[in-house]
Design a protein around this ligand. Structure first.
Ligand SMILES: Nc1nc2c(ncn2[C@@H]2O[C@H](COP(=O)(O)OP(=O)(O)OP(=O)(O)O)[C@@H](O)[C@H]2O)c(=O)[nH]1
Length: 350
């Protein structure tokens, strides 16, 4: 017996089983995705093999039936109560309604009583890996009738291909998200949320090559906290870590999107400033120094003040050298700042 010949009441209220089914559908993240040739191909193939003028891949959501792909007509979505597929996901894997006018559940539906006056509906459920019917591959005709056993068997095979494609797309999405997450973990310093040393040096190489190619200036600011050992010794390593975390936040909030803030090592941070000449980089460094000095940290309720010494290295487009010498220049300037009394900015090679 075909599913349509059993009595299924039309969807009216949300049942717990239907909620599980909807949750399974949502796990595929396929709703409202753009049109895709692979799905269109399978839909057109279904129409051709079944010799039906219309075919749909439809996904039955909570309130609507969203059409992933259609052949023979254009349709975006239908209210759930107006869709034959709403019935199909409640029934057996295969649903066939030979004359939609004669079935009380479909006789008054929009597509039955108005253009294109559908008469025959035959579908195979798209079943998720955990056994829920998330939608259908269906064919429709304006003439009443039934599919032959051969055609119905082919429709079932195509439905399995559609489901395999849905699974594949979902797996690709998961994989992309995992790769993004891994990239983030591999390039980010845990404590400060800044680029880690490896990522910073990698980006510096890239920015140096770009500065040479486009003859644009490039600067780097080295930042070293003053007497940081004392903070660790007096207040404990956890407070020291907290200071570094707040400093990371301060840096992230005070650089432009194209700047690259990173943790060079220990309590030494670095910001690469693309397209920035020495003068601009020194102004930036001075602003940063003042903000670091103004930031208050706490060891319990006790306020802790921290200062930093900063060294600026820079190339202009006339004398672009390599990444290492830019950092060396910034490091030499930082050394001068430390020896000049700390909590200060020193700029350039001399
Ligand atoms: N809490 C914490 N401390 C760190 C971390 N990395 C480096 N340090 C500490 O930073 C301190 C750096 O000490 P020093 O190199 O003597 O420099 P300083 O005390 O800042 O003195 P000056 O740089 O000369 O002003 C050491 O005590 C390191 O243990 C970290 O991730 N967390």
């Amino acid at each position: 017996m075909l599913a349509a010949e059993k009595v299924h009441t039309l969807f009216t209220a949300k049942s717990p089983a239907d909620n599980f089914r909807i949750a399974a559908l949502h796990r595929y993240h396929i709703l409202d995705t753009p049109a895709c040739e692979d799905f269109s191909f399978l839909t057109e193939l279904a129409a051709k093999i079944c010799e039906a003028p219309y075919a749909f891949i439809s996904l039955v959501d909570a309130e609507r039936v969203w059409i992933k792909s259609c052949a023979g007509m254009h349709m975006g979505e239908l209210p759930r109560g107006e869709s034959y597929c709403s019935l199909a996901v409640l029934g057996d894997a295969v649903t066939e309604i030979p004359d939609l006018r004669l079935d009380p559940r479909t006789a008054q539906m929009r597509l039955t009583v108005s253009e294109p006056y559908m008469r025959m509906y035959s579908s195979v459920a798209l079943t998720s890996s955990d056994g829920f019917a998330i939608g259908t591959l269906c064919v429709l005709d304006t003439r009443p009738g039934r599919l032959s056993d051969d055609k119905r068997a082919m429709l079932a095979k195509l439905a399995r291909q559609v489901m395999a494609l849905i699974e594949l797309r979902a797996n690709e999405k998961t994989l992309e998200a995992t790769v993004r997450e891994l990239e983030m973990l591999a390039t980010t310093d845990d404590l400060t949320g800044l680029h880690n040393r490896r990522s910073l040096l990698h980006r510096l190489k890239f920015e140096t090559a770009r500065a040479k190619r486009f003859r644009s200036p490039l600067s780097a600011v080295m930042i070293d906290l003053d007497h940081f050992k004392k903070i660790n010794d007096e207040h404990g390593h956890a407070v020291g870590d907290q200071v570094l975390t707040s400093l990371g936040k301060l840096l992230r909030e005070n650089v432009r999107v194209i700047d690259i803030p990173g943790r060079y090592g220990g309590e030494e941070l670095c910001v690469i400033l693309p397209s920035t000449p020495l003068e601009g980089a020194c102004k930036f460094a001075e602003t940063l120094r003042a903000k670091i000095e103004a930031q208050v940290h706490y060891a319990g309720t006790q306020p802790v003040h921290v200062t930093a010494s900063l060294g600026v290295g820079s190339f202009d487009h006339m004398e672009i050298a390599d990444a290492e010498s830019l950092l060396r220049q910034a490091d030499t300037a930082l050394y001068r700042a430390k020896h000049g009394g700390r909590n200060r900015v020193e700029c350039g090679a001399t």
